[in-house]
Design a protein around this ligand. Structure first.
Ligand code: F6P
Length: 372
């Protein structure tokens, strides 16, 4: 029987356990494989910490949030030991061979695709499944976690309307999504936000204030603004893009590391942008302005039906690929199909919202302000 390792890595997300179950039930019951769950993402791979998963272990986990295996954001090729990043690929390859594994399934986001790529280059049989609430993974329609986070964020946008119209306030709701605006755009449109600010469309305070003044003139004494955690105004965007350019154009590892440090510093300095925007809007419009940061609530709890279906489909498809011996791929959601795409096409890429995307057009058509 084939012996398969499975792990969850990166931020937790609704649907991870549904995907473990989708893969596990297909692999064990359908193909008679043996399944080993590594603890805490790449950390468990490096430290060789795993638990054998049988049918019983998979029962009842479909509906459970988070990941029964635990996760981490560790990188296999820059694994910090005593404060020093070390390349642990050889250690992982050794653990993989010692355990007699035929394949390794890695559930994760963009960062995990990079980890998976490095293990593929070391000769391991790896399959990656797209997990993230950010929906920012290239080459796949979507990722499990996104639909549930959209439900949660939409409910929050709905609910802050009560305070907004009761107190005639501007409520800024900050939504996750890392460097992409997908989650904010989806929840903003679904929740009927009056203004939606995403990283891909830099905003000006004038434009946002103008939208609010226009609403006031038409008798709406409140506004709900969906602000992506990665959104920024035009000035900050210029600084951010300049810092990104420094990283891309770095010639040596040292200058690249220094440039990445500078980029992190810029991102850190811009982290409070929603509170800065609140102060600016209150000054510009005279309306009381409040901020709600949705944070980790967006990653919590049971996955919605759409995510359970998606995670089950992709998990089962991954078991078929192990059986067929097809590796070095991510199982991408493409319409109703689950399609293997080369990991080299995914690793290191981020899928951002195209400014002319259908959801952006729909937002504009219903009169939503986008800050530009
Ligand atoms: O990638 C999912 C995500 O929730 C992002 O939306 C967010 O920026 C990030 O993880 C937060 O990372 P952490 O969980 O390490 O604080």
């Amino acid at each position: 029987a084939k012996r398969v390792g499975i792990l969850t890595a990166g931020g937790d997300s609704p649907g991870l356990n549904a995907a473990i179950r989708g893969f596990g039930k297909t692999a064990i019951a359908h193909y008679g494989m043996e399944l080993f769950g590594f603890r805490d993402g790449v950390t468990g791979l490096v430290e060789n910490r795993y638990v054998e998963l049988d049918g019983k272990a998979l029962s009842g986990i479909l509906t459970i949030g988070g990941t029964i295996l635990g996760t981490s954001r560790d990188k296999v090729h820059r694994y910090v030991v005593d404060g020093e990043p070390q390349d642990m690929v050889p250690v992982v390859a050794e653990n993989y061979r010692e355990l007699g594994l035929d394949a390794l399934i890695m559930l994760g986001g963009g960062g995990t695709a990079k980890n998976a790529m490095r293990l593929v280059e070391a000769g391991l049989n790896v399959i990656h499944l797209p997990k993230t609430i950010d929906n920012d993974i290239a080459e796949t329609d979507t990722s499990f976690g996104f639909a549930t986070a959209t439900e949660i964020a939409t409910d929050a946008v709905d609910r802050v309307h009560s305070t907004a119209h009761s107190h005639h306030r501007i409520i800024l709701t900050e939504i996750m999504g890392h460097r992409a605006g997908w989650l904010t755009l989806a929840a903003g449109v679904a929740g009927g936000a009056d203004i939606i600010l995403i990283p891909e469309i830099p905003y000006t305070i004038e434009s946002v204030a103008e939208t609010i003044r226009r609403r006031t003139a038409h008798g709406s004494s409140f506004s709900v603004v969906a602000v992506a955690e990665g959104a920024r105004d035009v000035e900050d965007t210029a600084d951010y893009e300049a810092a990104q350019l420094l990283v891309k154009s770095a010639k040596t590892p040292e200058s690249r590391r220094a440039a990445k440090k500078h980029l992190a510093h810029v991102e850190d300095a811009q982290r409070e942008h929603t509170f800065k925007l609140a102060r600016e809007l209150e000054a510009a419009t005279g309306l009381e302005t409040r901020v709600t940061i949705l944070g980790y609530v967006q990653r919590g709890g049971t996955p919605c039906a759409a995510d359970r279906l998606l995670a089950t489909r992709l998990g089962a498809a991954a078991a078929d690929l192990v059986d067929r011996g097809e590796f070095g791929v991510m199982v991408a959601a493409r319409g109703d199909d689950a399609v293997p795409v080369p990991l080299s096409d995914v690793a290191g890429k981020v899928k951002l919202v195209p400014p002319d995307h259908a959801w952006v057009r729909a937002a504009r058509q219903v009169g939503t302000g986008l800050g530009d």
